[in-house]
Write a protein that binds this ligand. Structure first.
Ligand code: TXA
Ligand code: MG
Length: 324
């Protein structure tokens, strides 16, 4: 890809949203803040622009993208919203819950967005800037996290620039994201709800609304080819459930385990989620061989945190090993 000039505009600056919409209409890529992580957006109805997302991120073509909508009505143009899905949308949208639903027969979103699957992932973000951009464009935006594929997700405009400067034309800077980890993803088929990716909206939150249990996804079948094991990889190796720090390690603490830096001194899981990716980035800057991470309780939001940590610690494909 040719090097392009990357402009950064603060979200609150007048005209910021108009600029983002102009870029999207012109088929360019724009990084926008959402409440979870920054997204790398393209007009979902423009296949060439969507193709550029895959190129800029180095993302395999078989890993489908989430379509971000500004309302339930907009989602209904493209996917079949079942009764149970609509109930959950009313409860949790706008917010960090993504639904994988069957595409409408008339769905105008090009195949490339959903990697040829018969389903499409839809989410209505809580972040006002993101929603206003979608509203003005009046098309959904396809947006994966705005990081190089396999690397840590971005929670600030600077994180986006660190990975994608020169590859995208515009970053809308909305400050630090408030949730910090990606949305919960559920698949709904018949009346079954299947958890595809844990997030801050937990299975208990979902069950409370639907009155039925959320099923775990069968780990033997890869529902989305992109849900690969190794992901969110810092440069250093990652060691989990660490009580103490070994030689050439930095320790990330939680609660009683203070560490060199901490996810949450008071053991608050929402705070730990918000700080997870930025803390891993900071830890990486120490340049140690390994990042040790204190145990995080596997309950509530802790399930999503442990999911991301397990991927950060998973064996990496050859050629992307820890740098020391
Ligand atoms: O919070 C979020 O969800 C962020 C922000 C930007 O909205 N987005 C995000 O996108 O995390 P991405 O592309 O990094 O992760 C989307 C995940 C991938 O694992 C992909 O495989 C899965 O969603 N996915 C997308 N479409 C799917 C489908 N039709 N069936 C199953 N999984 C799907
Ligand atoms: Mg991602």
């Amino acid at each position: 890809m040719a090097f392009i000039k990357t402009q950064v505009i603060p979200a609150h600056k007048s005209g910021a949203i108009d600029r983002a919409v102009e870029h999207l209409i012109a088929g360019q890529l724009v990084a926008i803040p959402t409440e979870t992580v920054y997204g790398l957006a393209a007009d979902a109805l423009n296949p060439d622009a969507v193709q550029n997302i895959f190129e800029a991120k180095g993302r395999p073509a078989n890993n489908p993208l989430i379509c971000h909508v500004s309302s339930i009505q907009m989602a209904k143009r493209y996917v079949a919203v079942t009764e149970i899905a609509e109930k959950l949308m009313h409860e949790f949208w706008p917010g960090p819950l993504t639904f994988v639903l069957p595409k409408q027969k008339t769905c105008a979103i090009p195949e490339i967005v959903g990697a040829g699957l018969p389903t499409l992932a839809v989410r209505c973000p809580a972040n006002k800037t993101a929603r206003t951009v979608i509203d003005q464009l009046d098309h959904p935006i396809a947006a994966p996290s705005a990081n190089v594929s396999g690397k840590l997700s971005p929670t600030s405009a600077q994180d986006v620039l660190d990975g994608l400067v020169g590859k995208i034309s515009l970053v809308i800077d909305g400050g630090l994201t408030s949730v910090g980890i990606e949305s919960t993803i559920i698949g709904i088929s018949n009346n079954d709800i299947i958890l595809l990716r844990p997030g801050t909206i937990t299975v208990d939150d979902i069950s409370r609304v639907t009155g039925s249990a959320v099923k775990d996804r069968d780990n033997d079948t890869i529902t989305a080819p992109g849900q690969l094991k190794s992901h969110y990889a810092p440069n250093a190796a990652v060691r989990l459930n660490a009580q103490t720090c070994g030689p050439d390690e930095i320790l990330i603490g939680f609660g009683r385990i203070a560490g060199d830096i901490t996810l949450s001194k008071h053991g608050d899981l929402h705070e730990a989620a918000r700080k997870l990716f930025s803390t891993l980035r900071t830890a990486d800057e120490y340049g140690k061989a390994s990042i040790a991470v204190a145990p995080i309780p596997a309950k509530g939001v802790g399930i999503a945190i442990n999911d991301r940590l397990a991927r950060a610690a998973a064996p990496r494909p050859t050629g992307t090993k820890a740098h020391k």
